[in-house]
Design a binder for this molecule. Structure first.
Ligand SMILES: Cc1cc2nc3c(=O)[nH]c(=O)nc-3n(C[C@H](O)[C@H](O)[C@H](O)COP(=O)(O)O)c2cc1C
Length: 339
C-alpha cells in the first residue's frame, strides 16, 4: 500500500477542488479590475473633474434644489450649501467648457430657487450676489437652448388620471423576448423614437448616466453575435444591435459603485418597452464576458474606457407568426414580503 505524503494529499485536494480554485481566482481578478476601473474613472478620488464628472456633480446639486422646491412645504432658506457648491462648480464649468444645455437647466432652476427665496424673505444675499455672475454669463452666451425651463412644474391629478387609463398590463404581457425575426429592416427613425421614450427613465439624481449605441454594420453584427454565442439559432436575422452603456464618471463615492447597473437596468427596461411600443422585436443579450471580449467591443465602436457595458439588445422585425418561450413567472407570494 502506497503511503500518502503531505505533498500527495495536497495535490489531490487541489485536483479535487480545481474548478473552485479557478473560479475564485477569476472572481478575485475580475473584482480587482472592477475596483481599479471605479477608482480610475469615478469622481471618488478626483481633485480636478472631467466635463462628465463636473456635469454630474452639478446635476446632483441642482436636483437638490428642484426637489426642495417641489415639497409640499418649501423650507425657508433650504439648500444654501447645495447652492453654494453648485454656483462654484458652475463658474468652474464656464471657465473650462462651452456653455451647454445643462448650464441653462441649472440657471433657470437657480432663478426659480431665488424667486421662491424672495417670496419667503429668506434670500441669502451673498449667494444671490454670486448668482449675478452666472446670470451675466447666461445672458451673454450665444448657445441656443433646446431645453425647457428648470425648477418645478405644476401637475393636476386629473391630467395623470387621463393618461393612466390604458391597458398597461396587456401591453406588458404582450412583450416577449423574440428569437425569430423576419428579414425586414428596422429604420433608425423608430430606434430614435424608442430612445426618446427610454430617456424618460428615472435615474439617480436624474444623472441619466447611460449611452446607447446602435450597431448597424452587418459584418460587425455577425462578428459580435459569433463571439457572444448566446444568440445561436436566431443570429442570422438580427437586423441591428443596441448596446446600453453607463459611464462611471457619473458616480462619486463607494456607495455608488453598483449604481451603473441599477440605472442601466432601469433604462434598458424603458427602452425595451419603447421598442415594443413601436412593434420592434427585441431580445436582451447578456454581456457577462471576460475582459478580452469587453475590450474588443469597446474598441469596435469607440466606447470610452470609463463606461461599462450593461447589456446588448438584438433587434428585428416581427414575423407574421412565431413562437416564444412561455417563461413562466414566479408566484407573487414568493416575491412580495409584507412586514
Ligand atoms: C440582462 C438580460 C440578458 C439576457 N440574455 C439573453 C441571452 O444572452 N440570450 C437569450 O436568448 N436571451 C437572453 N435574455 C432574455 C431572457 O431569457 C428573457 O428576458 C426571460 O426568459 C424572460 O422572457 P421574456 O423576456 O420573454 O419575458 C436576457 C434577458 C436579460 C434581461
Amino acid at each position: 500500500m502506497k503511503i500518502q505524503t503531505i505533498k500527495d494529499i495536497f495535490a489531490e485536494k487541489i485536483k479535487k477542488n480545481w474548478y473552485t480554485i479557478r473560479a475564485y481566482k477569476a472572481l478575485v481578478v475580475a473584482s480587482l479590475e472592477d475596483f481599479n476601473r471605479f477608482v480610475k474613472y469615478s469622481g471618488t478620488f478626483k481633485k480636478e473633474y472631467t466635463k462628465e464628472q463636473l456635469e454630474s456633480i452639478i446635476t446632483i446639486d441642482y436636483h437638490r434644489l428642484e426637489k426642495g422646491l417641489s415639497m409640499e412645504f418649501v423650507r425657508p432658506g433650504f439648500g444654501s450649501q447645495a447652492t453654494s457648491d453648485l454656483q462654484n462648480n458652475m463658474l468652474i464649468y464656464a471657465d473650462k467648457f462651452e456653455l451647454s444645455n445643462i448650464w441653462f437647466e441649472v440657471f433657470t432652476t437657480l432663478e426659480s430657487y431665488y424667486n421662491s427665496a424672495k417670496q419667503q424673505n429668506s434670500l441669502n444675499d451673498k449667494l444671490f450676489q454670486q448668482f449675478a455672475e452666472i446670470k451675466r454669463l447666461s445672458e451673454t452666451s450665444t448657445h441656443t437652448r433646446s431645453t425647457p425651463n428648470g425648477g418645478i412644474e405644476h401637475i393636476e391629478r386629473e391630467t395623470i388620471n387621463k393618461y393612466i387609463n390604458i391597458d398597461y398590463k396587456s401591453f406588458v404581457e404582450s412583450r416577449h423576448s423574440i428569437r425569430h425575426f423576419s428579414d425586414g429592416e428596422i429604420d433608425m427613425d423608430r430606434i430614435f423614437r424608442a430612445a426618446e421614450i427610454a430617456q424618460l427613465a428615472p435615474s439617480v439624481c436624474n444623472r441619466q448616466p447611460w449611452h446607447l449605441y446602435a450597431l448597424t454594420n452587418k459584418i460587425n453584427i455577425n462578428e459580435l453575435l459569433t463571439r457572444h454565442g448566446e444568440a445561436r439559432g436566431f443570429d442570422h436575422n438580427v437586423n441591428k444591435i443596441l448596446i446600453v452603456t453607463v459611464d462611471l464618471q457619473n458616480f462619486h463615492y463607494q456607495g455608488e459603485r453598483n449604481e451603473a447597473w441599477i440605472d442601466g437596468g432601469i433604462y434598458t427596461q424603458a427602452l425595451l418597452n419603447g421598442l415594443h411600443y413601436l412593434a420592434i422585436g427585441t431580445c436582451c443579450l447578456n454581456w457577462c464576458v471576460n475582459k478580452i471580449h469587453d475590450q474588443w467591443l469597446k474598441n469596435l465602436i469607440d466606447i470610452p474606457k470609463s463606461s461599462v457595458i450593461i447589456c446588448l439588445i438584438a433587434l428585428g422585425e416581427l414575423p407574421k407568426t412565431f413562437n416564444v418561450p412561455i417563461s413562466p413567472r414566479k408566484d407573487i407570494s414568493t416575491v412580495l414580503t409584507v412586514k
